[in-house]
Design a protein around this ligand. Structure first.
Ligand code: COS
Length: 382
């Protein structure tokens, strides 16, 4: 444990209060403006949120996986756009560096990522390489003591805000699969990088996603992650294992939030002369949501604990993501049903969360990719 039990408890209580009192009242404004107020971002920085998982020696809090999922769950109690503001620094935007970077690379970037001065972003997906990430086409060609990067990355979360891209590109042209892929640390202000227009999305307003184009971008050889060519794909997979667990914890948090809202509404809303909470068909929906949330919560905590103990949890993290993200989709759907018309209109924020959670079954690996990871592991063990 990076934090002792009492410190962790106090930290989580502080975050619960921040989420309840500061963030929840802003949810509909953030949804309408598609932006998180700058002063909220500053408060997040002071709370240390941008450096949650960055080792203490680089100025972060150095949370282990069990602690990280506890924090992610708390941030599930509000619109996921808030978590996303610091989410790439905690997950996919920093962890390649934390896991496989050289000491110099870590020293150069991580202290400023911890404070939120540098926003990190993860550039894996391409127009023709989504689920089949190993088929990526972006090239990195050695040119003296530099690499020339060319290609397009698609749907890159936080790219409009990013100062640092972890870019996955092919260094071995003749190798079509995962073995020819390397990772590079690319400063966002280098010549030759341009951004597409932010996409208009189904949900998670306040989080911005766009394409990133690299046109003869020259990066020095010391920006090759870990100083090693052709090991970038494995780095990406290790980062995603961790990210999948984080998204699972977030899904648990959102399910808890939705259940709380549903119980409060069902107790207050009267039909046929009594609160709808007294009808067994409503109770059945509440009970199903509660049961599934509890199951996902147990899975997430168990897998996080195993990862902290040094186990390879790739298939377990995939199981968590598959179950927890599908689960929160069902919980959100039942929430709309329990609220009825009031869930379909925007007043209670239920329809917004319903749209927000849809992404969890897609990014950091679709549910179908998680099934493949789980089944391959089963077959390998057999
Ligand atoms: N940890 C470490 N290494 C891993 C790994 C993991 N979790 N998963 C795979 N690898 C390694 C394999 O061991 C293999 O190494 P060798 O070449 O040394 O044998 C290499 O990576 C290739 O693995 P694999 O053969 O399984 O690759 P596939 O092309 O079959 O792809 C899937 C595997 C489909 C699982 C992968 O492409 C994937 O996760 N796709 C989804 C991508 C994604 O989540 N995108 C979201 C974008 S980021 S928001």
């Amino acid at each position: 444990m990076a934090l002792d039990d009492e410190t962790l408890k106090q930290f989580l209580e502080t975050l619960e209060k921040f989420v309840a009192k500061r963030l929840r009242p802003l949810e509909s404004q953030v949804g309408a403006d598609d932006a998180i107020p700058e002063e909220v971002i500053e408060e997040m920085k002071s709370l240390g949120l941008f450096g949650l998982t960055i080792p203490e020696e680089y100025g972060g809090l150095g949370l282990n996986m069990s602690e990280e999922v506890a924090v992610a769950r708390v941030f599930g109690h509000t619109s996921p756009a808030f978590r996303s503001a610091f989410g790439t620094n905690v997950g996919i935007g920093s962890q390649s560096l934390v896991i496989d970077g050289t000491a110099e690379q870590k020293q150069h970037y991580l202290p400023r990522m911890s404070t939120g001065e540098i926003i990190g972003s993860f550039c894996l997906t391409e127009p023709d390489a989504g689920s089949d990430a190993a088929s990526l086409k972006m090239t990195a060609v050695k040119d003296g003591d530099c690499y020339l990067l060319n290609g397009t990355k698609r749907f890159i979360t936080n790219a409009p805000e990013a100062n640092l891209f972890t870019v996955f590109a092919r260094t071995k042209k003749e190798e079509k699969g995962s073995r020819g892929v390397s990772a590079f640390l690319v400063d966002a202000d280098i010549e030759g990088i341009s951004l597409g227009q932010p996409y208009r999305k189904m949900g998670q307003q306040g989080t911005h996603v766009c394409d990133v184009m690299f046109d003869d971008v020259r990066v020095s050889a010391d920006k090759l992650l870990g100083g090693k060519e052709n090991s970038g794909f494995r780095t990406a997979m290790k980062v995603l294992d961790k990210g999948r667990l984080h998204i699972s914890a977030l899904s648990v948090g959102i399910a808890e939030r939705l259940i709380k809202d549903c119980v409060a509404y069902a107790l207050e809303r009267k039909q046929f002369g009594q609160p709808i909470a007294e009808f067994q068909l409503i109770q059945a929906m509440l009970a199903d949501s509660q049961t599934e949330t509890y199951a996902a919560s147990c899975m997430v905590r168990d897998t996080a604990r195993r990862r902290d103990a040094g186990e390879n949890v790739a298939a377990l993290a995939a199981s968590c993501k598959l179950f927890a993200t599908e689960m929160v989709g069902r919980v959100a759907d039942r929430a709309v049903q329990i609220f009825g018309g009031a869930g379909y209109v925007e007043d209670h924020g239920i329809e917004r969360l319903y749209r927000d959670v849809r992404l969890f079954r897609i990014y950091e690996g679709t549910s179908q990719i998680q099934q493949i990871v789980i089944a391959r592991d089963m077959l390998k063990r057999a």
